[in-house]
Write a protein that binds this ligand. Structure first.
Ligand code: 13P
Length: 345
């Protein structure tokens, strides 16, 4: 394992002002996104859409990595340049989603476990050849008001994340470890903090047991946030405080960076909440955060772009302006210097 190389890539991904574009929607997921703007999900339409994102002028100032889906990693821009090369030439690291989605966990009603470990060693070797520098595996857990996720579902998902991370590092690929506690549901913020804490505790326990090098990995967690149907919503400062408390308790300082998912927050909320956390870096009595706090947003970067593009060629320039703006605003939030009035400029 080339330890220095893993650490260098992980640190590059969370360098100043920069974060990740998650453009790794599986075909069923991108179909849902395209349905919302009445665009047919053909292979060519998916390629055209990803080309709009990847060729937007200036995004390399704010985007250090893009997570791709298997099909996209094998596709090329209209001029024949493979997407992985196009991104790399712009200083953007190509990454790859390697999990195969979540399935019901046997004997644990309501709980899920992510699959995809079988054959992963060979798959990673191929992705490395195709230019992937980092990978992503998403464990996803719902909260209900009783006992979901169960302690065993947490353990099973943490174990799979650690096995994936170890295989990535063996292959010389930086693992992004993504334990996501969903914001669907009516649970309050305290319950989210509690479940997120249990999950993070288990994840770092398993990473340690598998011998994963923490300096050569990144964490992609949810923010600590009330469920979408909870009657008591929280301010960005409350979300930032609870999230930071939870992370400080459970995430080793040796980890180079934390790249949040947006999880269904609006584009503006995701930017504002990230900003609140980084703004606290200056005023927090506990001192500076030990890790970089950045973004790895899917919907929060892309929803406004899709709404502008609508599959129409004449909307491409406007869609790219919209995308650049979201990248820029999140780049500022990553430094704690974003302000909501910038949304209207
Ligand atoms: P969202 O930001 O839309 O949650 O997507 C991030 C992601 O990659 C989920 O796995």
């Amino acid at each position: 394992m080339k330890i220095d190389e893993l650490q260098r890539v992980a640190e590059y991904i969370v360098s100043a002002q920069k974060g990740i574009l998650a453009a790794d929607e599986s075909n069923p997921t991108i179909r849902k996104r395209f349905d919302s703007i009445a665009v047919e999900s053909t292979e060519e339409n998916r390629r055209r859409y990803r080309e709009i994102l990847f060729t937007t002028d200036g995004i390399e100032r704010y985007i250090s990595g893009v997570i791709l889906y298997d099909e996209t990693l094998r596709q090329s821009a209209s001029d024949g340049t493979p997407f992985a090369k196009l991104l790399w030439d712009r200083g953007i690291m190509p990454g790859i989603k390697v999990d195969k989605g979540s399935k019901a966990l046997a004997l644990h009603p309501g709980n899920k476990v992510t699959e995809g470990l079988d054959g992963l060693r060979d798959q990673l070797a191929e992705y490395k050849q195709l230019g992937a520098k980092f990978a992503k595996w998403r464990a996803v857990m719902e909260i209900n008001e009783y006992d979901v996720p169960s302690p065993y579902a947490i353990r099973a998902n943490a174990h799979a994340l650690a096995r994936y991370a170890a295989l990535c590092q063996e292959a010389g690929i930086v693992p992004i470890v993504e334990p996501e506690i969903l914001m669907d549901g009516a649970h309050d913020m305290e319950r989210c903090e509690n479940v997120t804490s249990r999950m993070l505790e288990s994840v770092f326990d398993e990473l340690d047991a598998h011998g994963v090098l923490i300096e050569g990995a990144l964490l992609k967690p949810n923010m600590v946030i009330p469920g979408m149907k909870c009657p008591h919503q929280a301010s960005p400062e409350q979300i930032a405080e609870a999230t930071l408390r939870c992370l400080r308790r459970h995430v080793p300082a040796a980890l180079p960076g934390i790249v949040f998912l947006s999880g269904g927050q609006s584009a503006e909320d995701a930017t504002q909440n990230l900003n609140a956390m980084n703004a606290m870096n200056v005023v927090n009595a506990m001192g500076e955060h030990p890790w970089q706090l950045s973004f790895s947003y899917g919907r929060a970067l892309q929803a406004p772009v899709l709404a502008t593009w609508k599959g129409q060629e004449h909307n491409v320039a406007a869609a790219q302006r919209t995308f650049f703006k979201r990248c820029q605003l999140n780049g500022l939030a990553r430094e704690g210097i974003y302000s909501r009035v910038m949304e209207n400029s």
